[in-house]
Design a protein around this ligand. Structure first.
Ligand code: AMP
Length: 541
């Protein structure tokens, strides 16, 4: 027997319409590429989104067409998110840090008809000009006055908006209509596309608002350092308007001092991003001897949050939420706010140890770990295996890529994350490594994350990474690569002394190498792929 309830398709534009009505004074504040601060309300945002949607339709965009963006976190990019999906087209966010080759591959593979580009990235496009798809319309996200700096062939974003009507009847779209497209990066081979739907996006936004909403809500202010050009800034462009949280966008200024100033000036309560950006912010906090005034919560994800980082934030009274997810998962899979009994019963040291885990699943995500034969392993905190997931906001296949699709799902339809993990009986996920980053020494596994986590706590270490290098007897051994904090280099003995309380002797890194900076992926994570290439011929003595 079926329930007797109306079926209303879930639709992304409804989030902004709701915010414009219910949270009309909550703001979107953006540090612009123009150099100034722009601010307006969700109601203002909806007006411009309606005009932009008409402009996009006037350019001939049809349902299902892919429309690309190459832009920083700012109000215009937010407008594109809503206008493009609102008319039934697909908002394809491109990561500007990709190589020219990858960018061309993605544009071609997605079949984009229009590219919206921030002024900063116009030089990238000019370099690629001769190789770009023939009929690609390029729109610079700037006013008509600034267009004199660019080719006559490019259109002005602001002119399009000015010349378009505000009146729009948003099309009713089946909720499975594609809404967003994001390619994974940082792996070998060609990038693979995750194609989000209206349904998955709205459900993900609701999930975040519920499960990660401790510091979201009317009157709160959130700063996504995580980019709109990668995995929907972890869902904040949707969850923030839904909850009435003001969005504070940093534009291109992601160094510690700029983030500090913006957060302090705009009274940001919560900031979300990868560990690398927090290293910069923490340095600025140390320099200033204080945290941004209203800073209450930091969400750390994308790669493992080191214990020392969690400790430092918590010591400042800033609640850490350590989250885990993937492009293929929209992206949030688990979140690490501790529930009340734990915040009451556990000592602060115990709470920090709990927060070194990647937290517990959000609603709508199921987790399982499996052994090499694909059999499920117990959630006992001991057994570890490859992590598989299923849920409402997880891909069912890669966009136009049958081979990767076939390789990535098990017989029951679960998606293989490529992460190795254990799960406790009360649901805490512990990511030990990417399968390909684990170090196999004499048939036993060594987790690079475990070592990094401890080494990051050494005062002479600013940043570090552990990679496998080949060894004639043991097959692979760990090499520790360190960026020094100051002029005095940490010694092997000091590292061993620090690590020995945490890992077995045979797991100690065999050697340390020093770099001025660690190579980063297009999404701001440490690129182990590049490090492995750099040290491919490394000889352990
Ligand atoms: P991406 O699709 O680029 O966001 O990368 C997803 C991958 O990043 C995951 O499969 C993990 O390997 C890694 N990752 C994300 N969050 C965390 C975390 N909190 N701890 C450890 N690894 C993480």
């Amino acid at each position: 027997m079926l329930g007797q309830m109306m079926h209303r398709d879930l639709s992304i534009i409804e989030i902004l319409k709701f915010a414009a009505e219910n949270h009309s004074v909550s703001e979107v504040v953006s540090l612009r590429t123009e150099g100034d601060v722009h601010r307006y309300t969700y109601s203002d945002c909806l007006v411009r989104v309606s005009k932009l949607a008409n402009a996009i339709l006037n350019l001939g965009v049809k349902k299902g067409d892919r429309v690309a963006t190459l832009a920083w976190n700012g109000y215009r990019h937010l407008e594109l998110y809503y206008a493009i999906s609102g008319v039934g087209a697909v908002c394809h966010t491109i990561n500007p840090r990709l190589s020219a080759e990858q960018m061309l591959y993605i544009l071609e593979h997605a079949g984009d008809s229009i590219l919206f580009v921030d002024t900063t990235f116009v030089p990238i496009i000019e370099k690629l000009a001769s190789k770009l798809p023939k009929n690609l319309v390029i729109i610079v996200m700037a006013s008509s006055e600034s267009m004199s700096n660019f080719s006559d062939e490019y259109l002005s974003y602001e002119t399009l908006i000015t010349e378009s009507s505000q009146k729009i009847i948003w099309p009713e779209l089946p909720e499975n209509t594609a809404a967003g497209l994001c390619y994974t990066s940082g792996t070998t081979g060609n990038p693979k596309g995750a194609l989000y739907s209206h349904r998955s996006t709205v459900l993900h936004a609701l999930t975040i608002s519920l499960n990660m909403g401790l510091f979201l809500g009317n009157g709160m202010k959130v700063l996504p350092v995580v980019p709109l050009f990668h995995v929907n800034a972890w869902g904040l462009p949707y969850a923030a308007p839904l909850t009435g949280t003001s969005l504070i966008f940093p534009g291109p200024n992601l160094d510690g001092a700029s983030l500090f100033n913006l957060m302090d000036h705009e009274n940001v309560n919560s900031a979300w991003g990868v560990p690398t950006v927090w290293l910069g912010l923490l340095e600025e906090i140390r320099n200033q001897g204080k945290a941004p005034s209203q800073f209450q919560n930091v969400v750390i994800g994308g790669s493992a949050a080191p214990k020392s980082m969690i400790e430092e934030f918590e010591g400042l009274g800033i609640t850490v939420c350590h989250a885990w997810g993937m492009t293929e998962m929209s992206p949030v899979g688990t979140q690490g706010f501790l529930p009340q009994p734990m915040t009451k019963l556990l000592s602060s040291d115990e709470q920090i140890l709990k927060k070194c885990n990647q937290g517990r699943r959000v609603f709508g995500v199921d987790l399982k770990i499996v052994d090499e034969k694909g059999s499920s392993l117990p959630h006992d905190g001991e057994a570890s295996g490859e992590l598989y997931v299923r849920g409402n906001a997880i891909i069912s296949g890669y966009y136009k890529n049958e081979q990767s699709t076939e390789e990535s799902f098990d017989k029951e339809g679960w998606f293989g994350t490529g992460d190795i993990a254990s799960i406790t009986s009360d649901g805490f996920l512990n990511i030990q490594d990417r399968a390909k980053d684990l170090i196999k020494s004499g048939g036993e596994w060594i987790s690079s994350i475990d070592i990094e986590n401890v080494v990051m706590g050494h005062p002479k270490v600013a940043n570090c990474a552990v990679i496998a290098v080949s060894h004639p007897k043991w097959e692979e051994r760990p090499l520790l690569v360190v960026v020094s904090n100051g002029n005095i280099r940490v010694t092997k003995q000091e590292i061993d002394d620090l690590l020995l309380g945490h890992i077995a002797k045979w797991q100690l890194p065999d050697a340390i190498e020093f770099l001025d900076a660690l190579p980063l992926t297009a999404t701001g994570k440490v690129s182990k792929l590049t490090l492995r290439e750099m040290f491919a011929n490394y000889k352990l003595t």
